[in-house]
Design a protein around this ligand. Sequence first.
Ligand SMILES: Cc1cc2nc3c(=O)[nH]c(=O)nc-3n(C[C@H](O)[C@H](O)[C@H](O)COP(=O)(O)OP(=O)(O)OC[C@H]3O[C@@H](n4cnc5c(N)ncnc54)[C@H](O)[C@@H]3O)c2cc1C
Ligand SMILES: *[C@@H]1O[C@H](CO)[C@@H](O)[C@H](O)[C@H]1NC(C)=O
Ligand SMILES: *[C@@H]1O[C@H](CO)[C@@H](O)[C@H](O)[C@H]1NC(C)=O
Ligand SMILES: *[C@@H]1O[C@H](CO)[C@@H](O)[C@H](O)[C@H]1NC(C)=O
Ligand SMILES: *[C@@H]1O[C@H](CO)[C@@H](O)[C@H](O)[C@H]1NC(C)=O
Ligand SMILES: *[C@@H]1O[C@H](CO)[C@@H](O)[C@H](O)[C@H]1NC(C)=O
Ligand SMILES: *[C@@H]1O[C@H](CO)[C@@H](O)[C@H](O)[C@H]1NC(C)=O
Ligand SMILES: *[C@@H]1O[C@H](CO)[C@@H](O)[C@H](O)[C@H]1NC(C)=O
Ligand SMILES: *[C@@H]1O[C@H](CO)[C@@H](O)[C@H](O)[C@H]1NC(C)=O
Ligand SMILES: *[C@@H]1O[C@H](CO)[C@@H](O)[C@H](O)[C@H]1NC(C)=O
Ligand SMILES: *[C@@H]1O[C@H](CO)[C@@H](O)[C@H](O)[C@H]1NC(C)=O
Ligand SMILES: *[C@@H]1O[C@H](CO)[C@@H](O)[C@H](O)[C@H]1NC(C)=O
Ligand SMILES: *[C@@H]1O[C@H](CO)[C@@H](O)[C@H](O)[C@H]1NC(C)=O
Length: 788
Amino acid sequence: MRFLLSSLAFAASVYSQSAAFLDPKTGIEFQQHTDATTGLKFGIAVPTTVQSDFIGQIVLPTNGTGYAGISLTPKMVGSLFVLAWPNVDSVVGGLFIGYSAPNVYTNASVSVSPIANGTFVNSTHMSYTFLCTGCITGTSSSFSGSTADISLGFAVGTKSPTNPTSASSATFVYHDGGFGGFGMTLSGSADYPTWAATASGSAAGGSGNATCTNVGTNTTTTVSNSTYDYIVAGAGPAGIIVAQRLTESGKSVLLLEGGKASTYATGGRSTVSWNDTVTQYDVPSMSYYLTTASDTSEYCTDTASQAGCLLGGGTMVNALMFIRPQTADFDDKWPAGWKWNDVSAAAEKLYSRNPGTTLPSKDGKRYDQGAFNAMSNFLKGMGWSHIDAIEQPDSKHEVYSYPPWDIQNGLRAGPVTSYLPLAQASPNFKLSLETKVLRAVRDGSSITGVEVQTSTGARQIINLKAGGKVVLAGGAMSSPRILFNSGIGPKDQISTVQSGCTGVTLPAESDWIDLPVGQNLRDHPIFTLTFNTTSASAANATSMLASQFTNPGQTDIDLFAKASGPLAQSGQRLNFWSSLNSTDGITRFFQGTVNSPSAGTVRAKVYLTHGATSAGVLGITSTGSTQFSTEPLMNTDEDKAAVVEFLDSILNAARNSTILVPSSASATGASLVASYVSGSHFVGTAMMGDSKQNAVVDTDTKVFGTDNLFVVDASIHPDLPTGNTQAIVMVVAEHAAAKILALGSSSNSTAPSITPPFANSTIPVTTPSNTTQPLTPTESSPDAEDDC
Ligand SMILES: Cc1cc2nc3c(=O)[nH]c(=O)nc-3n(C[C@H](O)[C@H](O)[C@H](O)COP(=O)(O)OP(=O)(O)OC[C@H]3O[C@@H](n4cnc5c(N)ncnc54)[C@H](O)[C@@H]3O)c2cc1C
Ligand SMILES: *[C@@H]1O[C@H](CO)[C@@H](O)[C@H](O)[C@H]1NC(C)=O
Ligand SMILES: *[C@@H]1O[C@H](CO)[C@@H](O)[C@H](O)[C@H]1NC(C)=O
Ligand SMILES: *[C@@H]1O[C@H](CO)[C@@H](O)[C@H](O)[C@H]1NC(C)=O
Ligand SMILES: *[C@@H]1O[C@H](CO)[C@@H](O)[C@H](O)[C@H]1NC(C)=O
Ligand SMILES: *[C@@H]1O[C@H](CO)[C@@H](O)[C@H](O)[C@H]1NC(C)=O
Ligand SMILES: *[C@@H]1O[C@H](CO)[C@@H](O)[C@H](O)[C@H]1NC(C)=O
Ligand SMILES: *[C@@H]1O[C@H](CO)[C@@H](O)[C@H](O)[C@H]1NC(C)=O
Ligand SMILES: *[C@@H]1O[C@H](CO)[C@@H](O)[C@H](O)[C@H]1NC(C)=O
Ligand SMILES: *[C@@H]1O[C@H](CO)[C@@H](O)[C@H](O)[C@H]1NC(C)=O
Ligand SMILES: *[C@@H]1O[C@H](CO)[C@@H](O)[C@H](O)[C@H]1NC(C)=O
Ligand SMILES: *[C@@H]1O[C@H](CO)[C@@H](O)[C@H](O)[C@H]1NC(C)=O
Ligand SMILES: *[C@@H]1O[C@H](CO)[C@@H](O)[C@H](O)[C@H]1NC(C)=O
């Protein structure tokens, strides 16, 4: 199950919406909240002195399918949550943690146990009543028992989990029924001990640890009869760019993508209701509404946090911000050979194909400018300057710009349009969709090929030609999994693979390579500031409604067909940047993306970006999902102090403003600093550096201790940029491709074995299905930009 970014933005200001409810079945008196849209009810009962336990009740209208989840904080990443679902004539519930493919939470002192009289299915509803022992953890994974008003989150799915018989076996599909946050009031009762005593069958995570049945033990692996000079794993922006540049060498290149086609031109068919030749990914304005679109299969289900798993990766699900990196983004922390002077030529190569634009509408107009008008006037009043973020990437202090977007010809752009068609015009390039790379096949330090799994579950080895190279480009949330599966990374993570359920063949332990894979995980936290327009400025902040984008009128549909109008814009209306110098001597940068979610309201999503010092750790679960071993965001005092200072500076200015005032009179930096969501801008999990003591890849992007394994994606970035990540990911991929090409495609010394251990394996399997047709090479030079 995935809880999406958009579900987190309400964190700051949910007010209590609960009322007393006496449950006739159990006799328990709850404070109960009802969600008007889904009909989901959640009840909570606590003792007079709240410690670590509570009684909860989840009631969901259902005909026997679906599931409901209650998150113990509104910030769903890193929060404990209780999931319950009907299973034939009973109800199964459990305690989970994790963003996607939730993991049963197994902490010996935290458990849920059902209260039998309140746990049942009838013809119209499911009810799950439970004692949650130890669930008020005293950490950020749950609400705090010390205040009466608490904020929670919910999610409802209309489809039943697969393997629904127990919490440990169930897997969940997207919560398509609805999700959001709500407030409740805790009201202690002296009867609580009596109620709690009716619970029975205590179990961590409902049914204990996941039972781990090794799925690979009876899988037959075949060997492909095709071999390649370069195999690239993952067709996100980095993988597509590096594969296209490698194709220019004339050598054979295989690009493997685990996901499906995306844009209409690549064969994607998730079209919008009002135009059957564009998909939901093609339409720029849909970028703010993808999580509620008809098809949500594009999100990865095996990653620690949100990522795109389809052709184009994050560039197909992101919000199209295309922020050209500033000089400091490279000069502060990248190693020698990767300073701005070194990479600027690569950046120019990228921008010539994929420049980005602040004026996407072909008719030369900007639409829905209320938020821009109000916020730009407010910032101008503070003395900030209006710049063009495409032309002036180094201007990042007290400035604002029209949003720079990766849009081209009125459509979402990016390497899928600006690079992939060029590769597909070459006979030496091949793309295989729905083909997931499990591991690099190793013979000691040399890589002989990859093992893949197709959508049918079939596994196959694809070998390199002599002197060939494998490039991992699965993204910062996924490339570490391929490394762990290849026996590369911290020993504890590889051991989890070894004892886990994924049936991955590891090299002998003596060949494991100990590198800090998963360490140095970084991301941008996002804080939300909400303003009301003043009566004087109200006319300047009228805004289009969400429905005008998801269900547009004919005027806008017609404009879109001419690559114009509001549907050809993404969701932001203004970007701003600034910086401040902290007591630790570090300059920290902030980015804001501003829009108007409703008439009279202006919202700024404020990101702490370059200079942030917080970091986390990415690991792997026994079922092969990546997970946060340590959360990456906001874990240093200096980051917190900087955020408080910056938010206060904006809020204080707004308190005196005649244009915008804070929607909440009591909002302060200190009150908002704990309410952040992920920017989905993950970097650093296979960091580049000079030495294998603190890095995974060298300055050629080659994995230390291997002859011919490379990583080129957001994983290798040792630092966070000032803006959203996709543009810098593309710049780095261009530069990395040049580095790899400079090494040549035939190794002088350690030619990898071309006789793999599977040489006697019988059945050569046909090439994976769902290979996309080459695009027409007549595509000229598409350009695009993008951002979150
Ligand atoms: C919701 C969201 C919004 C965002 N908004 C913005 C934004 O507006 N602007 C911006 O600049 N950035 C934004 N980002 C971040 C940006 O999209 C990413 O930084 C960028 O896409 C990273 O590129 P990448 O090539 O490293 O990896 P990814 O984009 O993650 O691509 C990796 C690809 O590899 C595939 N893959 C993974 N594992 C395997 C495997 N084992 N075998 C085969 N294929 C595999 C995946 O399916 C995917 O296609 C956003 C990200 C998200 C998730
Ligand atoms: C319940 O309703 C859903 C959605 O209407 C439907 O797809 C499903 O078949 C129904 N299930 C049962 C058991 O009736
Ligand atoms: C459960 O319900 C039954 C039937 O109404 C009742 O007899 C029993 O006392 C209830 N048990 C508890 C613990 O409330
Ligand atoms: C089913 O249970 C729910 C929750 O207790 C209750 O509101 C509803 O009336 C019940 N429906 C029937 C048909 O008994
Ligand atoms: C789950 O597994 C962990 C690690 O093996 C173990 O410590 C714990 O006791 C297990 N929990 C249950 C409920 O079996
Ligand atoms: C592998 O296991 C699955 C599930 O138990 C079974 O259906 C399948 O027949 C097995 N395949 C082989 C080759 O044994
Ligand atoms: C409305 O916006 C326009 C364009 O920025 C500006 O000229 C005008 O002063 C604004 N009016 C108010 C009341 O803010
Ligand atoms: C659908 O969008 C495409 C791309 O913009 C455009 O060429 C086409 O005319 C549109 N079709 C309709 C029916 O609007
Ligand atoms: C922060 O320090 C740097 C280096 O001393 C200086 O150039 C910059 O102007 C300072 N920024 C602010 C906002 O004071
Ligand atoms: C806001 O106005 C008050 C009263 O005029 C003044 O004391 C305060 O300094 C002003 N704050 C800011 C941030 O301008
Ligand atoms: C902002 O507007 C909202 C909705 O109209 C209102 O509830 C709130 O009180 C307003 N805030 C201020 C500070 O006026
Ligand atoms: C192979 O050796 C030649 C001559 O020493 C050298 O120029 C070339 O760069 C080497 N190629 C690789 C891939 O190491
Ligand atoms: C690989 O096998 C397929 C299917 O058997 C066959 O059509 C193709 O010609 C073979 N390719 C090579 C290079 O042998």
